[in-house]
Design a protein around this ligand. Structure first.
Ligand code: FMN
Length: 358
């Protein structure tokens, strides 16, 4: 059985939950490392004051004993501390007493660029909140927790994954300040690199096996990501073949890495390099034109506390997504009910292909 991830949770509901199945038994999971990634996700210039309300922390309900996985489903919880302001508005059961706190009035002003309008149409909802609560990127918190567990598994075989925001508008303090002043938002680009990945993760056998396709789907699965590049990506399209590929030298070493570590849908032993482009966030303090779904009249879109830029947070979320997909691909290649089986299979494989090249 390979790794599977199921998540649930609304932005202002009681908690976010994730169930990770298929982890080998005996993997050491460090709470401090998971919490450190949760903190990283909350940082970055341009985040909303919500990040001060939430100090995310992982709780484990099942699958772990004394810091080691049991080989059974691992159940993670990240509580929404902000829920205390929404106990009536986001009550899972019909609430008792007078409406109080946030979320008591239906939202009828869909935001362009968000899931609001198509969400209420698709699911026949009277309150846009019923769509936006899950569409919100808040639940990326629990994906980051899962990614931290995936990174622990990858570290067992010497793979490290790291995401950074590139110096684009949304990661630049002056640009963020200017956008905030104009009550506007920004996007940007993040890059994730994975080192120590042996050749042969993923496969050319079927379209859905391809590592590049899997990484692209994982990155595009993150809210507001509108483009993905592998290696030199679109820049390669302007080159001649003689300038675009990575020649193979003595010891099977490459002299360049334009392919971003993936050829034929498989890792090729070079560093994996992927980028994700984020659109400017859709909730504007200077709202765009919309229509009130109750009256049918022209109106301004919903204004709700929101980030100016979340590019640095995206770097952490994208790192987690890449880590999860690489862990799946590694688990597929090396199997392992127990962590020792997984590491042992990796060692035998590395020996067979004499990797890393010396
Ligand atoms: C880490 C992160 C934080 C985000 N924060 C916000 C936010 O504060 N306000 C907002 O309008 N959108 C935010 N978004 C983007 C929206 O969730 C996203 O644009 C929306 O769900 C619509 O999906 P789409 O952009 O993929 O079409 C964030 C996205 C990420 C990855």
């Amino acid at each position: 059985m390979n790794l599977e991830l199921a998540t649930a949770g609304e932005s202002h509901g009681p908690a976010l939950v994730a169930i990770l199945s298929g982890l080998p038994a005996g993997l050491v999971v460090d709470k401090a490392a998971v919490d450190a990634d949760l903190r990283r996700r909350q940082q970055g210039y341009g985040r909303s004051p919500r990040q001060q309300i939430e100090t995310d922390e992982v709780e484990v309900l099942a699958g772990l004993r004394h810091g080691r996985t049991l080989g059974t489903p691992l159940a993670l919880v990240v509580r929404n501390r902000d829920h205390k302001n929404w106990t009536w508005g986001m009550a899972p059961w019909p609430p008792e007493g007078e409406p109080e706190g946030k979320g008591t009035k239906p939202v009828t002003l869909p935001r362009p660029g968000h899931a609001d309008l198509a969400g209420v149409q698709k699911f026949d909802l009277a309150d846009v909140r019923d769509a936006l609560e899950r569409a919100s990127a808040r639940h990326t918190a629990v994906h980051v927790a899962a990614g931290a567990v995936a990174k622990a598994l990858l570290a067992e075989v010497g793979i490290e994954v790291h995401g950074v925001a590139l110096s684009e508008a949304g990661a630049d303090e002056a640009a963020v300040d200017a956008a905030r002043k104009d009550r506007d938002t920004l996007g940007g680009v993040v890059e994730v690199r994975a080192g120590g990945v042996p050749p042969g993760l993923g496969s050319y056998a079927r379209r859905e096996d391809r590592l590049d396709a899997r990484l692209a789907a994982a990155l595009m699965g993150i809210q507001a990501v509108k483009g993905v590049e592998v290696g030199d990506g679109f820049a390669l399209t302007h080159l001649r073949g003689s300038d675009a590929h990575d020649e193979i030298g003595p010891g099977l070493r490459r002299t360049s890495n334009r392919a971003g570590g993936i050829e034929g849908g498989m890792s090729n032993g070079e560093e994996i390099v992927v980028r994700a482009g984020m659109k400017p966030l859709p909730t504007l303090m200077k709202p765009l034109a919309s229509v009130d779904l109750e009256t049918g009249e022209a109106a301004s879109a919903l204004v709700e506390r929101s980030d100016v830029s979340a590019v640095e947070a995206l770097a952490v979320v994208a790192e987690a997504a890449v880590a999860w997909e690489l862990a799946r691909a590694a688990r597929e290649k090396f199997g392992g009910d127990a962590i020792g089986d997984f590491v042992g299979a990796w060692r035998a494989y590395a020996e067979r292909i004499a990797w890393p090249p010396r």
